[in-house]
Design a protein around this ligand. Sequence first.
Ligand code: IMP
Length: 180
Amino acid sequence: MQKQKNIQVKDKTFTISIPESEIRQQIKRVANEINRDFAGRQPVFLAVLNGSFIFAADLLREVDLPCEISFVKLASYQGTSTTGSIREVIGLNIDITDRPVIIVEDIVDTGLTMAHMLETLQNQNPSSIDICTLLLKPTKLQVKLDVHYCCKEIPDDFVVGYGLDYDGFGRNTKDIYTIV
Ligand code: IMP
C-alpha cells in the first residue's frame, strides 16, 4: 500500500521522516545489543506511558531474555519549589531491589524527565539502570545523561506517530512524521 507522505494532526501538518521499515530495523539492532549485554541476567523493563506503548511492545518481542515488564507514568503537579512543575513516578508496582532495570522511553528531548526518573529509581536500589529510547534529540539535552540504547538520533523538530502524540493525537501511525 502507498504510504501517506503527509498527515494532518489537529491543526498541524506532518511529513513522513522515519518509515516503519527503518523503525523495525533499528529496534532489532537495539534489542540485539540488549540480548548481548544482559545475557545471563533477568532485566526489568520499565516502559514510560503513554508514549512508549508501541515501542515497548515491539522491542520486547525482539528480546529473548527471561525478563519482566512494568509500566510507569509520570504525573505532573504544581509543586511549591521554584522549579514549578514537579513530576512524580506512579505505578511502579514491582520490586526492583538488586534487579537490572531498563527504562523504555519514546523520546529524550531536554532529558529532564529521564533525569528525574533515574533519581527516583535509584532510591529503590536496583543493581543497574539503563535508558533505552526510541528517539533522542541530542541538541536539546539540558542535563548530562547516559543514554545506553537509542534507536535513532533526530534533529530538534517536533515528531508524531508510532506512539508519540501532538496534543493527545497522532499516536496511531506505523511511521514517524516530522512537523512541517
Ligand atoms: P524531556 O523531559 O524534555 O526529555 O521530554 C520527554 C517527553 O516530552 C517525552 O516523553 C515526550 O512525551 C515529550 N516530547 C518531547 N519531544 C517530543 C516530540 O517531538 N514529539 C512528541 N512528544 C515529545
